[in-house]
Design a protein around this ligand. Structure first.
Ligand code: HEM
Length: 492
């Protein structure tokens, strides 16, 4: 044995006992059956069987990195959030990128929105901004989300994603027209996670020290420049390197090329909301920049890879309900549904003590709750009392809500989202189409028609409804799409 071998630690069981032989199972005689007393074998096989936790029901496939957020503008007139209180102030962050529909092992280079889930470890608790790389979304009511996702995932009978289901749902949900136009346009397949923008997408509330509140939308503009793949480039890359985006992010950070984003917000005074030409809480709409110009407020840089993907990325949890003082939700009905859905998913997927894991717990403050016990509780509270009120010096409430209360009126009911003067499901999709250059319009029509043409031959009604929505957005768009789809279906 060399000196180096002598320095190596001993392999042990989980209980710490030395392992004598890690190559050969214990048997009854040479060539005989295995013995039940080979507990090292059973421990190894049993632990292996339990290595997976449920994957995320959406956004299962992803990659993450730690970073730093730096404030670059004074926003104290709009929010009292402590991490935004001073120019130059820095906050540690963790960002997880993802695709939406694919399972854990799916390829990265696909046409799909990308998740942009950002955790700020602030001194007032963790603030999570769980956004996408698109400023809008397919639907505007949380109740439709499971149905929508079912059409993106695998059909119960075929076990594959089906064009029939996708276009049936989108055709019957005209509010999706804007997001679908975006998704099949040039930005629909980012070249990497570094070369795309991020958006908070929803409208959120900011409240300042004086109690005044504002509506805000977040934009993260990539400093690397937006770069995308064509469908043909993506098809090739997805086959050659399914992990392309994950690898690109890790390797860039290893090289010291830290990706960065310029952070901007659009700010709407609360008094503007009622009369704004679009419902400001409708997630299928943007606020045109001419109405509310984005202002720069910070810089986000990613500069550290996680050491252990399972511990820090797979087990990371983000919740749109994780707010800090001075930031809160808007009445956007999608956002309201999300305030429930995420923590519920975390309790199922990672467990009731998911918040205690190193990547998830607050880093710049301490969580002081009276929640205790449950699976894998680590005893962190020691002897501290676990109830409130108590006279043993336990933590107490502040009496100050995190965000401003909203006035409401009318009767309870399953109301449709209010429609403002210029609201309809097609206006912004049409505007987006008309902004595109001729080449991009052609690629958009090619991408859409290639997919719509896959709808079953005997379901022309699905094709007609789908194309009809784009026709309502822009007559030329609809006409070109109809011609292209008809041509492709003739060739089938
Ligand atoms: C009502 C609509 C929605 C519901 C019910 C919903 C629900 C969920 C659930 C259950 C997860 C998995 C969470 C986990 O297991 O940790 C998830 C992940 C995610 N969702 Fe949503 N979602 C909705 C809409 C949206 C929208 C509009 C966006 C973006 C603007 C979004 C962005 C994300 C992201 C980025 C992730 C991945 C988070 C991570 O990296 O862990 N979702 N969603």
């Amino acid at each position: 044995m060399t000196t180096q071998d002598e320095l190596r630690p001993t392999l042990t069981t989980e209980a710490g006992a030395p392992v004598a032989d890690n190559q050969n199972t214990e048997t009854a005689g040479v060539g005989g059956p295995a013995l039940i007393q080979d507990q090292q074998l059973f421990e190894k096989l049993a632990h292996f069987n339990r290595e997976r936790i449920p994957e995320r029901v959406v956004h299962a496939r992803g990659a993450g990195a730690y970073g730093t957020f730096t404030v670059t503008a004074d926003v104290t007139a709009y929010t009292r959030a402590a991490f935004l209180s001073e120019v130059g102030k820095q906050t540690e962050t963790f960002l997880r990128f993802s695709t939406v529909a694919g399972n854990l092992g799916a390829a990265d280079a696909v046409r799909d929105p990308r998740g942009f889930a950002l955790k700020f470890y602030t001194e007032e608790g963790n603030y999570d901004l769980v956004g996408n790389n698109t400023p809008v979304f397919f639907i505007k009511d949380a109740g439709k989300f499971p149905d929508f996702i079912h059409t993106q995932k695998r059909d119960p009978y075929t076990g594959s994603q089906e064009a029939d289901n996708v276009w049936d749902f989108w055709g019957l949900s005209p509010e999706s027209t804007h997001q679908v136009t975006w998704l099949f346009g040039d930005r629909g397949i980012p070249a990497s996670y570094r070369h795309m923008n991020g958006y908070g997408s929803h409208t959120y509330q900011w409240q300042n020290e004086a109690g005044e509140y504002f509506w805000v939308k977040y934009h993260f503009k990539t400093d690397q420049g937006v770069r995308s793949l064509t469908q043909a480039e993506a098809n090739r890359l997805a086959g050659e390197d399914p992990d392309s985006h994950q690898r690109d992010l890790r390797e860039a950070i290893e090289r010291g090329e830290f990706p960065a984003w310029t952070v901007q917000v659009q700010i709407m005074p609360a008094a503007d909301a009622a009369a704004y030409r679009f419902n400001p809480f409708d997630l299928t709409k943007v606020w045109p920049h001419a109405d509310y110009p984005p202002i720069e407020i910070g810089r986000l840089e990613l500069n550290r890879n996680p050491d252990n993907v399972f511990a820090e990325v797979e087990q990371s949890i983000f919740s749109p309900a994780h707010f800090v003082p001075g930031i809160g939700p808007s009445p956007d009905k999608m956002l309201q549904g999300r305030l429930f859905a995420y923590a519920d998913a975390h309790r199922y997927r990672v467990g009731v003590n998911a918040d205690h894991l190193p990547v998830n717990r607050p880093h710049a403050t301490e969580a002081l709750t009276n929640h205790r016990d449950g699976h894998l509780y680590d005893g962190r509270h020691g002897r501290r009392k676990n109830y409130e009120p108590n006279s043993f010096g336990g933590p107490v409430q502040t009496g100050r809500p995190l965000w401003a209360p909203l006035p409401v009126d009318g009767a309870t009911g399953t109301h449709e989202a209010p429609s403002h003067a210029e609201d309809n499901d097609f206006v912004q999709a049409g505007d987006l189409y008309r902004l595109m250059g001729e080449d991009e319009k052609q690629r958009l029509v090619d991408n859409l028609s290639g997919f719509i043409a896959k709808v079953s031959a005997d379901r022309e009604d699905i094709v007609e409804r789908a194309v009809g929505n784009f026709r309502k957005a822009d007559a030329d768009f609809g006409q070109r799409l109809e011609t292209a789809v008809r041509e492709l279906r003739k060739q089938r």
